[in-house]
Design a protein around this ligand. Sequence first.
Ligand code: NAD
Ligand code: LMR
Length: 336
Amino acid sequence: SFLNIEKDPVRVLVTGAAGQIGYAIVPMIARGIMLGPDQPVILHLLDIEPAAESLNGVKMELVDAAFPLLKGVVATTDVVEACKGVNVAVMVGGFPRKEGMERKDVMSKNVSIYKAQASALEKYAAEDCKVLVVANPANTNALILKEFAPSIPEKNITCLTRLDHNRALGQISERLKEHVSDVKNAIIWGNHSSTQYPDVNHATVTTSSGETPVRKLVADDQWLNTEFITTVQQRGAAIIKARKLSSALSAASAACDHMRDWVLGTPKGTWVSMGVYSDGSYGIQPGLIYSFPVTCEKGQWSIVQGLKIDEFSRAKMDATAKELIDEKSLAYSCLD
Ligand code: NAD
Ligand code: LMR
């Protein structure tokens, strides 16, 4: 019957696949959490030579897990082999921040990786390849990837701020003691860094009496305008402090959320946050990868338009844009 016709497998690249996020995300992808429970996948796993043995161990475990949707595994340290024909690229490879480091400290190490891998993706990936950059500095790595892969459509290059988005929903859920799946339409504006602006001015909670604004339910503007914002901005650092390692399971889960919504669409009436190439919306200068509220349909994202922005928000949206402008020039100076 029609129901038994299998879809063609999708090739999914994960760079840095021997690392922490890699180890958390590959089973999620192989179980259909990223692309759907009926979508077969072939995993392309890339890491660097010193991690080759450990990468092979991950491949062995994938075999041992006997995932029904997993149709093949390419585990390699050759970037060309890794990029060949991939439809989805999840770029996790790089060096994470350690306790006490700012994102700027990881900049020079990571942007040069993204410049090199841009060329390989441009040459060898499938034409419609969708790229998600996770490795920090995520927005600026994505921008460098975009600039050095000019033939990849700019709409196909994004970075992860869904983790911050989910963190914002999580904090509201904890505060109100409402389930997190009933909270929606928070916004992360700007950079995946401590200048990001988590905005709940349009967020709602679905209760028995319908959709109610978060601002009305929390009724403590002081908390929303201070502690809530800094908690979300600093959450990455708090996890590093607690685990002595940066977030991995939540990052992997958010990367799956990002890609799933992008490919399969956002639910009606719901938006999510994605770092995307700015088109000048909300007065954010074009030429930055900036996190905006987006809806997705048929594999395309679009920025939610027409939201009212107050003065408090404006200042915070501009401050994080300013940081991205500075990061961009710092990145270029690292590449010289
Ligand atoms: P990790 O050190 O455990 O793993 C990174 C892996 O990348 C390592 O196995 C390393 O060998 C590999 N690698 C290094 N250079 C590479 C290259 N040129 N090509 C391919 N692989 C390469 O780090 P992790 O904890 O998995 O974090 C990965 C990245 O994700 C870090 O930059 C981290 O800061 C970032 N991160 C981002 C978010 C986000 O929300 N955007 C969240 C968490 C972590
Ligand atoms: C996170 O947000 O958890 C990661 O980007 C790790 C970090 O450096 O903050």
